[in-house]
Design a protein around this ligand. Structure first.
Ligand code: XMP
Length: 511
């Protein structure tokens, strides 16, 4: 795919850098994030129409502050500096940056001067989102200040080919942030040609060019990423060269294996269904530690795929549904390795020692772009809009040991929960909703008798990307009806609780 002639975003370690990329792509422009250590040569190869310098947690005065040769960079394309990016431009071009005595953090009101190019067509006063310790005290020669905050501090500056904002237009709290990116793109004379159609056809052509010989093995999970990957490959190479494997590990939701398999067949994929339920349940016996469960499930998946490979000697490629956030070489704001909270073993992460060449058609895309591409490729809407489901499935929603009986309880309760969300038109307002079976028995009373049965926890969260999440605030009447149905219809449960923990401090799953 021809990925040049878009925008290059130089990452100086801001937690919002990927948002800049998403904003531009949402506006229809190709954009790519590169770390500030990238060479000028590499940037030139991308033939960018415009270059954006991100924010970052540093001060330009710090000895280890990230640097860039702005004088050379500005020769390549027009620039847009954001926060640290603005300060770096000012510092390198002879302006004065200093510590701000007034701290501006969060919502701030700014006023634009009427003659600015980048803000043309919008109201003169607006709310923006700030997060900085330094300010540009005086702008370099050839620049003018184009916006000030209500404290009369500089909020934006510009010259002929360089624009810069002290605030973050990529953050949703900034009003009209998109307009600033759109105006910048227009000033750069970029063409909006990033759409599901061009991306889909471009990726299909890339696959044809890359996979000249050999067949492809594609692991399906029932989720959107692996389904779109399989669909792209099938469009490019034909169903007979793309061997999709869908494993029933016995840890799927009620009837999911049969339903998903049927749907895969209907959309024309060549799918091999492998029912390995007894293998998985056997190996999970007496295992209670969540990480142990993940490791066993991950290992068994690999064994099943390896077994399938022995029947498919013509396969030389392995497809993976890796997405852009996993591959983007971004700068960690405060350095150091990040701690592993949960090891995510799933079908997207098969090891490379399978001696197959790896193909990752979605590695340029964000999740929402994958969804749009899926619709363009003709995948059914319910599949595209399904809540995310973890690779280890219900095993990490049964706290403690997994058994056929506990699986049946969770499957039944889960179906009631999800059906009721759909009935009340709530399914799409929620990022993920599920039930967790607790290894706790409590006393209850049903009919005339005393019961001593398990507790079921309900979890429903809203989220943008799964990194942070808030619990969903249901109407009490909805919870009442749901709790009633579950305790009446699912034997083994006599108490239902609702989880009101956000992430952080909790995680979305309980294990
Ligand atoms: P947590 O629980 O870490 O979950 O807040 C964030 C998102 O990741 C999913 N998740 C997993 N997905 N394998 C997966 O494929 C796993 O082991 C796994 N653990 C959590 C979770 O459902 C949520 O969408």
């Amino acid at each position: 795919m021809k990925l040049n002639e878009g925008f290059v975003i130089i990452d100086f370690g801001s937690q919002f850098t990927q948002l800049i990329c998403r904003r531009l792509r949402e506006l229809g422009y190709f954009a790519e994030v590169l770390p500030y250590t990238v060479t000028l040569e590499k940037i030139k190869k991308h033939q960018p129409k415009g270059i954006i310098l991100s924010g970052g947690p540093y001060s330009v005065f710090e000895s280890d502050a990230p640097q860039f040769d702005i004088l050379e960079l500005e020769k390549q394309a027009p620039l847009l500096g954001i926060c640290y990016g603005m300060q770096l431009i000012a510092h390198k071009k002879g302006g004065v940056v200093e510590k701000s005595l007034v701290k501006e953090y969060g919502h701030t009101t700014i006023s634009w001067s009427s003659e600015t190019q980048i803000f043309k067509g919008l109201p003169l006063n607006q709310e923006v989102w700030m997060s900085h310790g330094d300010i540009v005290k005086s702008v370099p020669s050839g620049f003018k200040i184009t916006a000030v905050t209500h404290n009369q501090l500089p909020a934006a500056m510009e010259s002929d080919r360089i624009w810069a904002t002290q605030f973050h237009p990529e953050v949703s709290h900034t009003q009209n942030g998109d307009h600033i990116f759109k105006r910048f793109a227009e000033l750069c004379q970029a063409k909006p040609n990033w759409s599901a159609n061009t991306v889909g056809e471009g990726l299909i052509q890339d696959i044809k060019d890359l996979v000249k010989q050999g067949d492809v093995l594609c692991a399906l999970s029932g989720g959107v990423d692996s389904s779109v990957t399989a669909m792209l490959l099938t469009r490019a190479l034909g169903a007979e060269r793309v061997h999709c494997v869908f494993v029933n590990n016995g840890l799927l939701r009620k009837n999911e294996y049969e339903n998903v398999l049927k749907m895969y067949h209907e959309i024309g994929l060549h799918v091999i269904g492998v029912d390995a339920t007894s293998l998985f349940l056997e190996q999970l016996k007496s295992v209670v530690d969540p990480e142990q469960k993940r490791k066993i499930i991950g290992r068994l998946f690999i064994e099943v795929f390896e077994d399938q490979l022995t029947h498919l000697p013509q396969v030389t490629w392995l497809a993976q549904g890796t997405l852009y956030p996993d591959v983007v070489e971004s700068v960690k704001p405060f350095g150091g390795p990040t701690q592993t909270i949960k090891s995510h073993h799933n079908v997207g992460g098969l090891p490379q020692n399978m001696k197959l060449k790896i193909i990752e058609p979605l590695r340029w895309l964000f999740k929402d772009e994958v969804r749009r591409l899926g619709l363009y490729l003709g995948l059914p809407k319910p599949m595209i809009e399904r809540h995310p489901f973890p690779g280890p499935g219900l095993a990490i929603r049964i706290i403690g040991e997994v058994s056929a009986e506990s699986l049946e309880i969770v499957q039944k309760a889960d179906q009631i929960f999800i059906d009721m969300l759909k009935e009340h038109d709530l399914y799409h307002k929620i990022w993920q909703a599920f039930c967790v079976l607790l290894p706790v028995q409590t006393v209850g009373v049903q009919g005339d008798g005393r019961t001593y049965e398990q507790v079921l926890a309900l979890r429903a969260v809203t989220s943008r990307d799964g990194m942070t999440a808030d619990w969903y605030d249901f109407e009490p009447a909805f919870l009442k009806k749901l709790s009633n149905q579950i305790t009446n219809q699912v034997s083994g449960i006599n108490r239902v609780v609702y989880d009101i923990t956000s992430k952080p401090p909790g995680t979305i799953e309980w294990e």
